[in-house]
Design a protein around this ligand. Structure first.
Ligand code: NAP
Length: 277
């Protein structure tokens, strides 16, 4: 039997690269998607050498509305079908909602929400018809914690809302396809080592966090793979973040928000002190 194929967006770095390695380790072929084609080609070579699997390299910008169709067509033109989808590509776009242009925010939503939904829409029906599919949507723990200015400061005002939508849609689509052997999982990581905080300019602040706040991309990928195989609709990787989410579910909102404000103040003060020294 031909190997199954997993399409991973944002496979050129961080969590996406870790998912590509995790699927390859489990014997899947890959379709690797991102804008930096050179990195994807290196990854394809690495996966072949280390795990003996084949990869399609698809350079695409998922903030462009036609990208999802082009990507799925590239896979079918290569004579392959998509058995698993890891919707992961993403960025933080720091800045106040009222200051950023609408064009900027619309492009952000195209990448962070619409492209995820379009890719799911393109692959979920064929998966259901074949009675096999795995879909992972990378959300964020920020969608499960009380609102905080930190989200605007580091990732954008729309970020937690965009990620919340992915969690709700994953749960609903998972129920819809429950009897078709198509599992849908939202993975909600907390702070994770990757290039994310270099791209959004928050590295100075995030580097000051205690080490137990930081997840590795590999931890996220191993946990996400396990969750989708088990058919778990939402997975929060790491004991610390499971604890935070559990606590925030029982705390009254104003108390949770006050704690978030306090934590943010401490992070900013520490980053400023470090920058001054
Ligand atoms: N790191 C964290 O603390 C954290 C926490 C919670 C959730 N997340 C989520 O995890 C996901 C992956 O982020 P990461 O932490 O792994 O960050 P990362 O290392 O910066 O990786 C982001 C990936 O997305 C790709 N990408 C960005 N814009 C793209 C575009 N327009 N079109 C196609 N690909 C694009 C990048 O590839 P190219 O630049 O080559 O296109 C890269 O492969 C994101 O959805 C993020 O919101 C991250």
């Amino acid at each position: 039997m031909a190997r199954r194929l997993a399409l991973v967006t944002g496979a050129s770095s961080g969590i996406g690269a870790a998912f590509a390695r995790e699927f390859a380790r489990r014997g899947w072929d890959l379709a690797l998607v991102a804008r930096r084609e050179d990195r994807l080609k290196d990854m394809a070579e690495e996966l072949k050498a280390q795990f003996g699997v084949d990869s399609l390299v698809i350079a695409a910008d998922l903030s462009k509305p036609d990208a999802p169709e082009t990507i799925v067509k590239a896979v079918s033109d290569a004579g392959r079908q998509i058995d698993a989808l890891v919707n992961n590509a993403g960025v933080g776009r720091p800045g106040a909602f009222v200051e950023l242009s609408w064009e900027d925010q619309a492009q952000f939503m195209e990448l962070m929400v619409t492209s995820y939904l379009k890719l799911m829409h393109l692959v979920a029906k064929p998966m259901a018809e074949r009675s096999f599919g795995r879909i992972i949507n990378i959300a964020s723990v920020s969608a499960l914690l009380p609102a905080a200015n930190a989200h605007t400061r580091y990732s954008g005002t729309l970020y937690p809302g965009a990620k919340s939508l992915l969690i709700k849609v994953s749960e609903a689509l998972g129920l819809e396809l429950k009897d078709r052997n198509v599992h849908v999982t939202a993975v909600a990581p907390g702070y994770t080592w990757s290039e994310f905080h270099d791209v959004n300019g928050a590295r100075g602040t995030v580097s000051n966090l205690p080490s137990f706040w930081m997840l590795t991309a590999e931890e996220v990928a191993v946990s996400g793979y396990d969750a989708v195989e088990r058919g778990v609709p939402l997975r929060v990787p790491g004991a610390w973040y499971k604890f935070l989410v559990a606590v925030s579910r029982v705390l009254p909102d104003p108390v949770g928000q006050a704690i978030m404000r306090l934590q943010e103040k401490r992070m900013v003060a520490k980053a400023q002190a470090n920058a001054a020294s």
